[in-house]
Design a binder for this molecule. Sequence first.
Ligand code: HEM
Ligand SMILES: [Cu+2]
Length: 488
Amino acid sequence: METKARNSIKRGVAIALTVTSVVLVLMMIFGVMMLLNQGNIIKIPPQLFYQVMTIHGTGMIGIASLGGSAIMWYFLSKYIHLNPKIFFTNLILTLIGVVMILTGIFVFKFSDGWTFLYPLPSASAKIYGSTGALLFLFGLLILGIGYLIMYFYIAARLIKEYGGLGKSLGWDYIFRGKKGYGPPSAVVASTMVIIANSVGILAGATALVESILNILNPNLTFDPMMAKHLTYAFGHIFANCTIYMAVIAVYEILSEYTGRPWKSNKAFLIAWNFSTLFTLMIYTHHLLMDFAVPEWMLIIGQIFSYANGLPVMVVTAYGALMIVFRSAVKWDFASSMMYLAMFGWVAGAVPAIIDATIVVNHVMHNTKWVPGHFHTYMGMGVIAMIFGFMYYFNKTEGTQKQNSVDKLAIAVYFLFFSGIAGSFLYAGKISVPRRWAEHLPEWTASDQVGAVCGILVIVSAVIFTIRYIMGLRTVGKKDQEQSLKSAS
Ligand code: HEM
Ligand SMILES: [Cu+2]
């Protein structure tokens, strides 16, 4: 029975990772399509550009979250008992949501951007009909419900096992002077994510319902400023939480490869507690240009944005350096990916901190500087952690071996993803606006460089994906052998 439960956990994780890698490649192709259009190499109608931009943003954030939750679920299930059905429920609701979103965008021409800012969806519903907007909004809502079900279930399990979410965040050690080390890092990180992301998703769901009601009955109107607060609270927290789920792989994999436990000492616990709080507070950095927002909120947004990522990033980067220092760590695909991803994450935070400064923000925020920042920390941070974990999964649960193509693919991936991010940051520096289908001739060089880099990134992502899907067979074989052994 025990191995049966374990096998269904593994199956769920394997399916989620398969979906993640395939969707990722597809969304990257859409990304290159946008660059080719901005760089004047191909011409697509502006309407299609914005459909592509909407699916690229939604799809990327969505799969980063799916891949991240696969990591969280896989490692958390080693410490507490988890019912595999819950993960499948989330997976199925996600897939239903994705199909609705795809239909809304490609069949019914919804193209308002993944941030669905009220009252944009109602405005475009009047032009293109309400079906597309409703499919998109309901699709996201269903996706969110899937996550809420999973998070509430994990919360209930953590409360049962640890006696409360405060305890699984290590409050006994921080406030009550309990000696020794706190709960496993996977437990601490998961607690942070379920608290922050549940709040974020509930805020997002409220904004979605507002838009849906407004489309169904235009007499029902809502305060657009309030809706913007709810929407960006959701968007910021949801995107942030992808890394807080994926980073669990850094803790677990580096600790396994060095044979040293990743201890949750007091500094580690305090850092995660601060990040829990700050992640909830700082979304107002997306509203720095809204003069109607009370100044004190913007100042909180600015100050705490500096402080937000830092605690966890510092303890993680420092921990990663220390755990490897003078250890007999074996460098292979998984451990190198985790290590490089750490630096991608740190590097991506620097431009964000610059942009969160109010005076800079007024100049930079609507330029490609911003995509430059999040492509660095998502592409070279979160997504790299997910690829690294895919390899680890096949190696640990199966018998896949690394080869020289894998090594080459890692190098190509990081090199050319820096190229994409660099081309975006450079475009930001020369004031190229973000989210414009058409670019002026003096901007197109940066788009063309980005597109070339993008194509090479896609090549390595395709290699990772094919290797992962082929490696899954070794997992199935190993399972079969084990069940035969236990039967005889
Ligand atoms: C081959 C890799 C990729 C390429 C070529 C690419 C390209 C692009 C381009 C051209 C844009 C529009 C920029 C603009 O505003 O003008 C964009 C936006 C975006 N990308 Fe990527 N991207 C890639 C990978 C990723 C990854 C890995 C993620 C996250 C996991 C991601 C998330 C996003 C998001 C959230 C947006 C914002 C959409 C919006 O403004 O509504 N991208 N990307
Ligand atoms: Cu933010």
